[in-house]
Structures are given as C-alpha cells and as structure tokens.
Design a protein around this ligand. Structure first.
Ligand code: VGL
Ligand code: ZN
Length: 226
C-alpha cells in the first residue's frame, strides 16, 4: 500500500449474522460478506481493526427496555447526559450484542484473524453509538461514548481507512461518515457489507456516503489501487 491504510471491520458478530438466535438482529445475507472480508484481510494493511457492538443489558437501544415499544418499529429520544438540551431520536432494536454473551462474539470465521485492535462501542447504557468512533452527542462530547479508535489511527499515522462489515446502513455508514469527517480518506467496500434495510437500505446509505466524500469501491479496486 502506497500510504498507511487501516482496515476497519465493523461488528461482524453472531447477533448480526443469520441464523442468529431468537430476537437478535440478523442482517439479511450478513454472512455473505465473509469472502470479501477474508480477501481484504489478506492485503497488507498497516492496521487491521475489528469493532464490536458491546451493550450492557440495560442499553437504551433495546425495545425491551421501553414499556410498550416494539423492536424495529419504535423510536426513543436520547438526551446528552451532560446537556439535556441536546437530543436525538433513534430507532429501537431487539436485544443484541450484550456484553459477554455468545451473540456478541466475533463470528467464528474471523476469530483466527490477527487484529491489531478490537474496539468496543455502545458500552454506555444511556446512549446509542453506531459509529465506532463516538456517539452523535457532541455538545459536549460524552467521554464514555468516545472509543479509542481515533487515537489508535492517529498514533499509527494512518492516512486512509477501508471499511466493511455490518450493517451498511447503520454502523458501517456512521463509522465511515465519521472517519471522513475526522479527515481520513475513506473507502467502503461494496461486497464487504450488507444492510438491515436490504438493497434499498444500501442505495440510501451509498448516496449519503458519496455525498460526504466517502468512496464506495469494489474489492478488486482495493487490491489494485491501495
Ligand atoms: C448496529 C443496529 C444496532 C450495527 C448496531 O452494527 O449496524 N445496528 N446496533
Ligand atoms: Zn447495537
């Protein structure tokens, strides 16, 4: 690779992959990304990083923790614990990726990969955190919802990041948008992601990525150009 480049594999955990246990958040066709991820892992990246959605059982994003709420259909409003005036509405999910549970483990197929870092996110019960960098709460930022990922990339003098994993319309999208906003050249590999919202979810996510200056590329392009 001509420049220092990091591979970020987002949330390849059992609960996001069919067949997931009852109630978990399986992304349609989620396991289909594994061949592309294995091909990426064979490339000479400066850093290879896995992220894990890593929620306490009382996490605010679980519909089960809100009376009368239904997973996928309901939303809740989250306020910044440091500033009640900063709020955002967010979708509610089935219980997933509870810290230490089997469903929160990285998929077995990637367990043997040599990761330079494994970044946990969504660990503060009070806030949702799709991005592997930080929660959307910025006024002020909530320290317990800022992962060490930015520091890891800066310390290694990374110039570009390549992102894949699940889900393309949630955590891959937010992680790539944040990487771009934090000023890295950012690529998302199309074959290496699938969406909660299927093809329509991907069409919308891809537009948001491209509008923000993230490059959506194919696996072959990465092999030939990075
Ligand atoms: C994710 C929904 C809830 C993801 C995580 O990894 O895309 N989506 N938590
Ligand atoms: Zn989650």
């Amino acid at each position: 690779m001509a420049q220092k480049t990091a591979l970020i594999v987002v949330d390849m955990q059992e609960d996001f992959c069919p067949p997931a246990r009852d109630g978990a958040l399986a992304v349609p066709d989620g396991r289909a990304v594994l061949p592309a991820l294995h091909a990426l892992l064979a490339q000479p990246f400066t850093l290879k990083i896995a992220t894990k959605d890593w929620h306490p059982a009382d996490h605010v994003s679980f519909a089960a923790n809100h009376a009368g709420a239904a997973p996928f259909a309901s939303t809740t409003v989250i306020a910044n614990p440091l500033n009640a005036a900063e709020t955002y509405a967010t979708r509610l999910w089935p219980v997933h990726c509870v810290q230490g549970s089997r469903g929160a483990a990285l998929v077995r197929e990637l367990a043997a990969a040599r990761w330079d870092a494994v970044v946990e996110k969504g660990t503060d019960a009070r806030v949702e955190m799709y991005s592997a960098f930080r929660s959307p709460l910025r006024a002020p930022p909530l320290p317990s919802a800022v992962s060490g990922l930015e520091r890891v990339l800066r310390d290694a003098e990374i110039a570009a990041v390549v992102v894949g994993g699940l889900a393309g319309d949630y955590c891959v999208l937010s992680t790539a948008l944040d990487a771009r906003e934090l000023a890295w050249e950012t690529f998302v590999v199309e074959e290496a992601t699938r969406c909660v919202g299927g093809d329509a979810g991907w069409a919308d996510a891809k537009k948001q990525l491209e509008d923000a200056g993230v490059k959506v590329v194919g696996l072959e392009w990465v092999k030939e150009n990075l």
